[in-house]
Design a binder for this molecule. Structure first.
Ligand code: SF4
Length: 294
């Protein structure tokens, strides 16, 4: 179900920008997410989203953003895609991500987007415009197998479509890469899968791949994930229960070995693997302005 709402605020300021692609301001246009990834952490109780299948559309997002950007003296990267994908089917109808990007371009702010959709291509001209300052787009890729991807991320674009979109953005000069997370224990934690992602990423112009060899699991997220495992991968839930119990952090099998092979492969293709080394944006205060650099 899609429901329109009027939000009170759009941007939140992050406490530790360096922890996530130097994002200073976070923005979510939608609440809930139609991509319905079976492992999604946003289902966890701490986020207070009662029914994650419902998508709430912040119908006044553009007006809110215009007001909030006008009041910001310090420019910093605006991030979107952390709690809800900005390019789900709702975006095809509302184009609110597209319109907010235009607003961001007008105000001269940099952007970092994370998505699992090729719908982002509709905004390529605006992204090129923002890229005069800084635009970076990360596609989340957890496997190169489209059939497996359909099971894990049923509402998202096919992985082959995401990689094609990444290639188009890279050709347009946009800084692109991959968030390779999560690597699911007993499902995606094979050398074949991990090296396959690196090779496809290199072919499609990825400058960086930020990995996580494992996943998190808690409360509602775990309950939903386990119910999907029972339908899609019979017997795998029992392996999780035996290995992880109620643990929050669930490491991939052979994580150290996978990491070693991943680093070797990335180094062969000149791909950055540390978030701290990815291309960044630093605000420089106009001359005479007493604000310190961020
Ligand atoms: S795209 Fe991200 S926010 Fe949406 S369901 Fe998947 S993991 Fe959750």
């Amino acid at each position: 179900m899609i429901k329109e709402i009027h939000a009170k605020k759009l941007l939140s300021t992050t406490k530790s920008p360096q922890a996530w692609f130097n994002v200073k301001y976070n923005m979510n246009i939608y609440r809930g997410c139609e991509h319905q990834c079976i492992y999604c952490d946003s289902r966890s109780e701490c986020y207070g989203i009662e029914n994650f299948n419902d998508v709430l559309v912040k119908i006044n997002a553009v007006e809110l953003l215009a007001k909030e950007l006008a009041g910001k003296r310090v420019k910093g990267i605006i991030g979107t895609g952390a709690m809800s994908d900005p390019y789900t089917k709702a975006e095809s109808k509302y184009n609110l991500t597209g319109k907010t990007l235009e607003m961001i371009a007008q105000h001269g702010f940099p952007i970092h987007i994370i998505t699992k959709s090729n719908l982002i291509i509709k905004d390529i001209d605006t992204l090129k415009d923002i890229n005069r300052i800084h635009a970076s787009v990360a596609f989340t890729v957890t496997t190169t197998d489209d059939e497996l991807g359909k099971k894990l991320e049923p509402g998202a674009s096919l992985i082959s479509e995401r990689l094609k979109a990444m290639e188009s953005l890279a050709c347009a000069g946009i800084y692109t890469g991959i968030t390779m997370m999560p690597i699911l224990p007993f499902i995606g934690d094979t050398e074949h899968n991990v090296i396959g992602i690196v090779e496809r990423a290199a072919q499609c112009g990825a400058k960086y791949i930020v990995p996580w060899f494992g996943m998190s699991l808690r409360d509602r997220q775990r309950a939903y994930y386990y119910s999907r495992l029972d339908s899609l991968f019979p017997g795998v839930r029992e392996r999780y229960q035996r290995k992880f119990g109620n643990q929050y952090s669930c490491s991939a099998n052979n994580a150290e070995q996978l990491k070693y092979m991943f680093n070797e492969a990335c180094s062969k293709y000149g791909i950055i693997t540390k978030m701290s080394e990815t291309k960044n944006y630093t605000y420089k205060a106009p001359e005479g302005d007493q604000l310190s650099l961020i």
